[in-house]
Ligand binder design. Structure first.
Ligand SMILES: [Zn+2]
Length: 854
C-alpha cells in the first residue's frame, strides 16, 4: 500500500524536474511586475532554439528579447562547455574550466530568462576549419546530440550564431551552424536516429535563420538586403529595464573570458538570414502559431489567463488568484503529452504560489555528507500575501540517477510529513526532519566527468543525460500547499533544493549546494613527479576522511617497472575532516616506463580512488569535483643549474609550483612595489600568461624590467593576447603580436638554429621533445619583430603557412630577452617532458650569470 503511494508520487514529479534549473542563490519572491510578466508569458507558446559552439558565443540580447519581450520559450544549445578556452580569473584549465563556464552560462540564463542545453562534445581547443573540427568529433554522433535536443525541446524556430558557409572563424563555430542545418532536417526524419524514438518523437521545426552581425563582414554598412531586420533594443516598462541592459548583465557573467559588457540603450537591430523552412524576411515567426490556438480545447484556459491579467493590481497581485486557480483546473483537463501543456503547468504552479506570496527554503546543518551519515533538514515556509493557504504535506526527497523513459534522474521520497497546518499571514512555519544518506546516493562530481573522455566526447551514463546542464540537487523538499481564493482552491506542489546557508562577514548571506562525498578522498602532494636519471623519488599521499571511524589500506598503482616502499600502509585513526599524509618512495627499475601513478584505498570490498577539489568564485555556486587521484610519473633526462626567478603572475598559471619542484628559487613578486633593489636579487624575470593584458602596473614598471635586462638579467615573457595590452612596448626589443597560432598538437616543428644556445644548454633539444604536447603548440605569436631578435622555431598546422614567431631570442645590453607564445601553461601542468627541457633552457639562457645572493 505504502509502496504504491510512493510510486504515484514519483510519477507526479517526473514530468517537471527537467524544467527546473536550480538556483543556488537566495530564494526570493517575485515582484508584482514579474508576476504580471509571468501571466503574460503563460499566454505565449512559441519556442526558439539558439545554436552555437561555446559558452559566450550566444547573443544574449537576442535571447533576452526573445524570452522577456516576445515571451517565447528561448533556449541556447552550446555544443561544448568551453573546456578548451583560456581562463582570465584563475588557474583552472580544461575540464575545470568547463565546469566554470557551464556555471557562467547558467548564471547568464538566470538573467536573460532563456534555458540552457549542451551536447557531449568536449572543447578540445582551437581549430581553424570545420574539417579539422570533425577529425576530433565524430560528426554523426554530434549530429545525434543536436537532433536529440531539438526533438526534446521542440522549437518552432532555430537560429544559428554562425554562418554555415566556410568563414574565417573558429572551426567549431562553422561546425555548429552546419550541424544546425543538418539537424533541422534530420530531427523531422523518423529514419534518422530511430533509437531516440523510444523516448522522443520526430520534430519538424518551421524555420531556420542565421543571426549575423557586422563583425562577420568587418563593417557596419554591410549589404542588408535579403536579411530579416528585428528591432530588439526596446524597453520593458514593467521590469524597468531594456533588453540591451539585460543582455549586458547576462554577458558579463562570462567572467572567466573577460566578457564584461557595457549596457546598451535605445534602438538596436538584429539581422537574420533565412536558411531553411518557412524562414523569410517579413517576420521571425512567419508561418508559426505562437499562441494557444495550436492546442485543442485550450480556449477556456486562455480566457481564464486573460481574466487574471485584467484583475492584476500592483499592490494586490493576489487578485489574479481566483482566475489562476480556474486556469489550473482547466489546464489539468488538457493533454499532458503536449509539451505546452506540460511546461506551462509547471510555470502556472509557480505563478500561483508566487501570487499567494509563498516563500520557502530548505537548508541542511552542514554542506558535506557521506553515505550512512545522518542529515538534519530544516524547511521554512511563509505566506506573505493575505491569502488562505494550508500546508498539507512535506516530502523529503533524494535524487536517484536510475531514471526511466526520457528522464535521466528522478527524486524518491525518503520521509513524509503528513500534518496539515494552516499558514498564518506573515508568520514563519518551520519543520525539521532527519534522514540517512543512503549508500546509493550519487557522489557530487559533475556527471559528465565521471568517466574518461572518449574520442572528443564526454562519456555519459546514458543517452538521456545529453542536454542536461548540471547535476540535479542531491536532496530536495517538495511541499504541498492548498491555496484558496474566490471560492476556488487547488493543491500546488513546490520543490526546493536542500542548500547550505551561511553568513559571510563581507559578502553577507551565501548559499552552496549540498555535496555527497566518498568516505575518504586522497590527493598527491604534487601535480606530477619526475625521476631524473632513474633516481628514486619521494611522494606523499594526502588522505582526508569525510566519515568518522573510517579504516582502510592505502597503496599505489604504478606504471610498469616501478616499485613502491612501503608497498601499502594502514590508515591511522584521525578525526573527520582532518588530513593525514603518507610518504612513499617510488623506484624505477631498469625497464621502467613513464606513465601515471594512482592511489587507492581499500576498505573491505570497497575501493576509494577519488580526490576532492572545489571551485569557488563569487559569481558561481561552489562546484565540487571528484577526479581520480592520479598524477603523471615521468622518467626524464633533465639538467638544471641554480637560478633565482622573479615570477610576475598574469591571468594565472601553475608554472611557479613546477619550477620550484625543479629546484629553482621562485618568488611571485608584486609589480606595483617592484624596484631595482628587489630585482637585483634575481637572475630571471618570468611573466605569467597574459600578464600584459591583466597587470596594469606593468605599463609603468616595464622600464625597470628593460633596465634589469640591460644590467645582465634574463627577461622571459609568456604569451599575451594582441588585444587589450597595457603597454605598446612589451620588451626592450620591439615586436608586434599577431593572432597566429598552431592548434594541432602533433604539428611539425622545425628548429631554425640547431646550434643556438636555447637548443643546447643545458639540455640538447631534439624532435622528440615536441612529442606528446597537448591541445596546441602555442598562440598569439609575434607577427613582426626587431632584427636583433632571432626566431628559433618554425611551426605550421597541416596545410597552413608557417609561423616563425613562437620563440624569439635577443641580446640587449648585458642580458637576454625572450618572448614565447608556446603553451607552457598547458604543457607544464600536464607533465610534458620536452616542454620542461625547453623551459629550463630558456631560464638558463645566460649560462655565465653567477647566481645572485639576496
Ligand atoms: Zn566560440
Amino acid at each position: 500500500m505504502i509502496k504504491s503511494a510512493v510510486s504515484l508520487f514519483i510519477c507526479f514529479f517526473l514530468a517537471i524536474q527537467l524544467n527546473a534549473q536550480p538556483n543556488y542563490g537566495p530564494t526570493r519572491n517575485l515582484s508584482a511586475g514579474e508576476l504580471l510578466e509571468g501571466v503574460r508569458k503563460l499566454q505565449v507558446t512559441g519556442r526558439v532554439l539558439y545554436i552555437a559552439a561555446h559558452p559566450d558565443d550566444e547573443n544574449t540580447r537576442m535571447l533576452a528579447w526573445l524570452a522577456r519581450d516576445q515571451k517565447v520559450e528561448a533556449a541556447y544549445l552550446s555544443l561544448t562547455r568551453g573546456d578548451g578556452g583560456q581562463n582570465l580569473i584563475g588557474t583552472e584549465v580544461r575540464e575545470g574550466l568547463g565546469v566554470i563556464r557551464t556555471q557562467e552560462l547558467l548564471a547568464a540564463r538566470r538573467v536573460d530568462g532563456a534555458r540552457q542545453y549542451f551536447t557531449r562534445a568536449n572543447d578540445f581547443g582551437y581549430s581553424k576549419t570545420p574539417e579539422e573540427t570533425f577529425t576530433k568529433w565524430d560528426r554523426d554522433s554530434l549530429l545525434a546530440d543536436v537532433v536529440w535536443v531539438i526533438r526534446q525541446f521542440q522549437p518552432d524556430v532555430i537560429i544559428t550564431r554562425f554562418n554555415p558557409e566556410p568563414s574565417p572563424t573558429h572551426g567549431h563555430h562553422t561546425a555548429s551552424a552546419q550541424l544546425a542545418v543538418e539537424a533541422f532536417a534530420a530531427a523531422a526524419d523518423p529514419k534518422r536516429f530511430p533509437e531516440q524514438l523510444q523516448f522522443v518523437q520526430p520534430w519538424t521545426t518551421t524555420s531556420l535563420y542565421w543571426n549575423t552581425s557586422w563583425w562577420f563582414f568587418g563593417r557596419e554598412d554591410f549589404d542588408k538586403s535579403g536579411y530579416l531586420a528585428v528591432s530588439v533594443g526596446s524597453f520593458n516598462s514593467v521590469l524597468g529595464t531594456g533588453y540591451g541592459e539585460i543582455a549586458a548583465e547576462s554577458r558579463s557573467m562570462h567572467k572567466s573570458q573577460g566578457f564584461g559588457a557595457a549596457r546598451q540603450r535605445g534602438e538596436e537591430i538584429e539581422y537574420l538570414k533565412p536558411l531553411a523552412g518557412k524562414a523569410d524576411t517579413t517576420a521571425l515567426f512567419a508561418g508559426v502559431v505562437t499562441d494557444w490556438s495550436r492546442v485543442n480545447n485550450s480556449a477556456a484556459f486562455v480566457s481564464a489567463l486573460q481574466k487574471a491579467e485584467a484583475a492584476f493590481s500592483a499592490s494586490q497581485p493576489e487578485l489574479m488568484l481566483p482566475h489562476l486557480l480556474e486556469a489550473h483546473h482547466l489546464l489539468a483537463k488538457l493533454d499532458d503529452k503536449n509539451i505546452h501543456v506540460r511546461e506551462k503547468r509547471d510555470q502556472l504552479h509557480k505563478l500561483i504560489a508566487e501570487s499567494a506570496g509563498i516563500w520557502q527554503e530548505a537548508t541542511a546543518e552542514k554542506f558535506t555528507y557521506s553515505h550512512g551519515d545522518s542529515m538534519g533538514i530544516k524547511l521554512q515556509s511563509l505566506v506573505r500575501r493575505n491569502v488562505a493557504v494550508k500546508r498539507t504535506q512535506i516530502s523529503w526527497e533524494k535524487v536517484n540517477w536510475d531514471g526511466d523513459k526520457l528522464w535521466p534522474y528522478h527524486y524518491t521520497m525518503t520521509a513524509k510529513t503528513d500534518q496539515t497546518a494552516d499558514m498564518v499571514f506573515n508568520k514563519k512555519l518551520n519543520s525539521e526532519k532527519r534522514i540517512v544518506v543512503g549508500s546509493d546516493q550519487p557522489y557530487s562530481g559533475p556527471f559528465w566527468l565521471n568517466e574518461r573522455l572518449d574520442a572528443g566526447f564526454f562519456d555519459l551514463p546514458r543517452t538521456q543525460w545529453v542536454g542536461v546542464t548540471e547535476n540535479p540537487a542531491a536532496f530536495r523538499v517538495t511541499t504541498s500547499y492548498e491555496i484558496t481564493a474566490g471560492g476556488k482552491s487547488a493543491v500546488i506542489n513546490l520543490s526546493e533544493p536542500v542548500l547550505y546557508r551561511w553568513t559571510d562577514p563581507v559578502e553577507g548571506e551565501r548559499y552552496r549546494p549540498i555535496e555527497v562525498l566518498p568516505a575518504v578522498s586522497l590527493a598527491f602532494d604534487k601535480g606530477h613527479y619526475f625521476s631524473r636519471d632513474y633516481k628514486a623519488i619521494k611522494l606523499e599521499v594526502v588522505v582526508q576522511k569525510h566519515q568518522t571511524g573510517f579504516a582502510g589500506t592505502l597503496a599505489l598503482d604504478l606504471p610498469e617497472g616501478w616499485l613502491s616502499v612501503p608497498e601499502s600502509v594502514e590508515l591511522t585513526a584521525s578525526t573527520n575532516g582532518s588530513e593525514q599524509r603518507y610518504a612513499f618512495e617510488v623506484r624505477p627499475g631498469k625497464n621502467a616506463t613513464s606513465g601515471h601513478v594512482s592511489a587507492v584505498i581499500t576498505a573491505g570490498k570497497q575501493k576509494y580512488d577519488r580526490s576532492l577539489s572545489r571551485i569557488e568564485y563569487k559569481h558561481l555556486p561552489v562546484q565540487t569535483l571528484l577526479p581520480k587521484a592520479t598524477a603523471p610519473l615521468q622518467l626524464i633526462e633533465l639538467k638544471t643549474n641554480p637560478r633565482r626567478i622573479a615570477y610576475i603572475d598574469g591571468a594565472g598559471d601553475e608554472l611557479p609550483i613546477a619550477l620550484r619542484q625543479l629546484g629553482y628559487v621562485v618568488d611571485v613578486v608584486d609589480v606595483a612595489t617592484l624596484n631595482p633593489a628587489t630585482l637585483k636579487q634575481y637572475d630571471v624575470v618570468l611573466t605569467g600568461v597574459r600578464a600584459y593584458n591583466t597587470v596594469s602596473a606593468l605599463a609603468t614598471k616595464n622600464q625597470l624590467l628593460f633596465d634589469f635586462v640591460q644590467a645582465g638579467g634574463t627577461l622571459i615573457q609568456q604569451y599575451n593576447t594582441s588585444q587589450g595590452l597595457v603597454t605598446d612596448q612589451l620588451g626592450p626589443l620591439p615586436l608586434k603580436l599577431s593572432r597566429e597560432r598552431t592548434t594541432v598538437e602533433e604539428s611539425l616543428v622545425i628548429v631554425l638554429h640547431s646550434e643556438h644556445v636555447l637548443m643546447n644548454q643545458p639540455n640538447r633539444i631534439t624532435a622528440a621533445d615536441f612529442d606528446h604536447w597537448i591541445q596546441e603548440r602555442g598562440l598569439y605569436y609575434p607577427g613582426s619583430w626587431d632584427k636583433q631578435l632571432t626566431p628559433l622555431l618554425r611551426l605550421a598546422d597541416p596545410g597552413e603557412k608557417p609561423s616563425d614567431g613562437a620563440l624569439l631570442y635577443g641580446e640587449f645590453g648585458k642580458g637576454v630577452y625572450i618572448y614565447t607564445g608556446l603553451s607552457f601553461f598547458r604543457e607544464i601542468p600536464a607533465g610534458v617532458p620536452g616542454a620542461y627541457r625547453l623551459l629550463v633552457n630558456l631560464i638558463e639562457a645566460k649560462q655565465s650569470t653567477p647566481t645572485k645572493k639576496p
